[in-house]
Write a protein that binds this ligand. Structure first.
Ligand code: ZN
Length: 323
């Protein structure tokens, strides 16, 4: 079956690379896509990177995979979008789009008549994500965030779907698998789950890092995922899993009580106890201090490294093993 997205198409046994112009109202963006239509029919797998700017490992790995995968290696179809949100990726290297200040990963499945970022989400959801048999969205800690690598997925109150998604999350081969209790919210993988698509989030890398070893590890994980889905069969390309994935749940999120300067006492990787002080936010004008305490017990999986924070900014996300 021909694989078509906008003006791009790939016949079975062909690979097509190019960009698709998407009209966002005040501006048009070019979305880069690699369509690999396998020599044999099978599932369609969609990968997105660059939903957020400043998260380089996922974009790097997606672009490299797009270069490496050839139709003869593929059973089914692989759609790779290494830069899903060009304004945020290229202009600000931030989570929010410079076009309208919107975090696209809060507004999926988008609104085609909405603000520019909502329109982009709607285009991506309708044209790239929808129709996937499996979907993986690649993220990192932002340029001001520390992060321990993990794979995330949402429970969708559908036993069959949840089992498929869980198996995908484990197949990637990262040590931590984070379960979200429901599929609510505007994250692309949550919106996909609500649509019945097995969808995972992979978070790897931090602080604007772009270490080749992390990209290599992520590429290994993506090959394991494609192998698990029956899309890539050459086992010589698939590195064995070296860690036993373990399921975790989020226990709390800590947000800044004020706009000011953040001085953490506990950082990513630290074990904290509910109520424990984890730092303070100082008002640079009068020197007044807001204490910040852990809202839950567990390990900080990602945290704010930036000195300057706005009221409500996420300072730490806390999780615990599920068992
Ligand atoms: Zn992200």
């Amino acid at each position: 079956m021909t694989l078509t997205i906008g003006p791009l198409s790939a016949e079975p046994g062909r690979k097509t690379r190019g960009t698709v112009p998407v009209d966002l109202g005040p501006t048009t963006v070019d979305i880069p896509l690699v369509l690999v239509n396998g020599s044999r029919p099978g599932p369609r797998v969609v990968l997105t990177g660059g939903i957020h700017g400043g998260e380089f490992v996922g974009t790097d790995a997606a672009a490299r995979l797009g270069g490496l995968l050839e139709p003869d290696d593929v059973t089914g179809q692989v759609v790779i979008c290494p830069v899903a949100n060009p304004p945020a990726v290229y202009d600000g290297r931030l989570g929010k789009s410079p076009l309208d200040g919107v975090n696209i990963n809060r507004v999926f499945p988008g609104d085609k008549d909405g603000e520019p970022t909502e329109r982009l989400a709607a285009w991506l959801f309708e044209n790239v994500i929808n129709g996937a048999d499996a979907y993986a969205d690649l993220h990192s800690g932002g340029i001001d965030e520390t992060l321990l690598d993990f794979v995330g997925y949402r429970l969708a109150s559908n036993e069959k779907l949840d089992a498929k998604t869980r198996a995908m999350a484990h197949a990637v081969g990262y040590e931590r698998v984070l379960i979200g209790r429901n599929a609510q919210g505007g994250n692309s993988h949550a919106a996909a789950a609500r649509q019945g698509i097995p969808a995972i989030l992979i978070e790897t890398g931090q602080l604007g890092g772009r270490e080749p070893s992390q990209t290599r590890t992520l590429l290994d994980g993506l090959y394991r995922l494609l192998h698990h889905l029956g899309v890539v069969d050459a086992p010589q390309h698939v590195a064995p899993v070296t860690v036993q994935p373990r399921e975790w749940v989020w226990t709390g999120s800590v947000v800044s009580p004020a706009t000011g300067l953040w001085y953490p006492d506990a950082t990513t990787g630290d074990e904290v106890t509910e109520g424990q002080s984890i730092g303070r936010v100082i008002d640079p004008a009068d020197g007044s201090e807001h204490k910040v305490t852990a809202t839950a017990t567990g390990q900080i999986l990602y945290g704010m490294n930036g000195l300057t924070v706005v009221l409500g900014a996420e300072l730490a996300a806390i999780a615990q093993p599920h068992d």
